[in-house]
Design a protein around this ligand. Structure first.
Ligand SMILES: Nc1ncnc2c1ncn2[C@@H]1O[C@H](COP(=O)(O)OP(=O)(O)O)[C@@H](O)[C@H]1O
Ligand SMILES: [Mg+2]
Length: 282
């Protein structure tokens, strides 16, 4: 049911959004989601931060999570690879599946899960180690390389995919923390890619970056889309419109509306979505 919507002026560029529709066609209806959640709630102690969130994330599509600060976007993203396990007061209920497997099952190896569902954070957080070691660390602990040549190949391939290779190939032994912010974030993406993930979660990956570095990350997201299922939290609606094909709008811990990005931005069904998209709050 469409709620009453007032004169509607989307903040995001409509041309951008409709361009996304073409890529959307690749996602045939009826295909299996890469990840699925049903009635996921999260509590921090007594306080409920997320209420009954049900959503699907698909291969080949970028799913954007938008909504005002504090509405539960990061909390939800962290459910997908059990990062909330690291917060003692957090309790997660509901069902979360990766390829039909329950991620919260006792048989699920959390280290393995976090390799399959990688994460890139708001503030670039390279290890205080060399550029090479930042990328080699994961493949080494997961035993993905049989020897040094193979490890070097993985590092090179990951840095290439992250669009960083040309800038760092002659300085792989320098510290990752010496890179610029945008380069550090691409290094973190290379680090996630290096363990051959299936899903990449990004929590406001550009919010600490300047516009040029941001544009590079957005371009990269486009290139990575065909290879991984990607979910990105962003408070920048233009960015959601540019990079995603699906958008989920969160408000006060609820998933208010979820659908094609083009529809969320041009023809939202709920008043709360309209209000947010038109900049009435948040
Ligand atoms: N570690 C935590 N402990 C207690 N409360 C938290 C914690 N992390 C987030 N919250 C609360 O959960 C709610 C959702 O937060 P968050 O998921 O960070 O929102 P968003 O990413 O949309 O800004 C907020 O009220 C926040 O204060
Ligand atoms: Mg957040």
């Amino acid at each position: 049911m469409r709620e009453e919507t007032e004169a509607f002026e989307p903040k995001a560029d409509v041309a951008e959004v409709t361009k996304q529709d073409k890529t959307e066609e690749r996602a045939a209806p009826g295909r299996k989601p890469k990840m699925l959640t049903r009635d996921v709630s999260v509590f921090y102690g007594e306080k409920q931060a997320l209420k009954d969130v049900s959503i699907e994330i698909y291969d080949d599509l970028v799913t954007a999570f938008i909504g005002p600060s504090g509405c539960g976007k990061s909390t939800f993203l962290r459910c997908l690879n059990r990062m909330n396990d690291t917060i003692p007061s957090a309790r997660v209920t509901g069902t979360i599946e990766l390829d039909g497997e329950d991620v919260n099952a006792s048989a699920m190896d959390v280290v393995q899960l976090r390799a399959r569902v990688g994460m890139v954070f708001q503030k670039p957080n390279p290890f205080p180690k060399s550029i090479f070691e930042n990328v080699a660390y994961g493949p080494r602990i997961h035993g993905l390389a049989s020897g040094k040549p193979e490890l070097e190949q993985i590092v090179e391939k990951s840095l290439k995919r992250a669009g960083l290779w040309e800038e760092v190939k002659d300085r792989l032994q320098e510290s990752g923390t010496a890179l610029s912010g945008g380069q550090q974030q691409r290094l973190c993406i290379a680090r996630a890619i290096a363990v051959d993930p299936e899903v990449i979660l990004m929590d406001e990956p550009c919010s600490a970056l300047d516009p040029i570095a941001t544009a590079k990350i957005e371009e990269l997201i486009h290139e990575l889309r065909g290879r991984y299922a990607i979910a990105i939290v962003t408070h920048n609606m233009q960015q959601a419109a540019r990079v995603s094909q699906r958008t989920a709008f969160f408000h006060l811990g609820e998933l208010v509306e979820y659908g094609k990005t083009s529809e969320i931005f041009t023809n939202p069904k709920r008043q709360r979505t309209t209000d947010y998209i038109t900049g009435r709050y948040g």
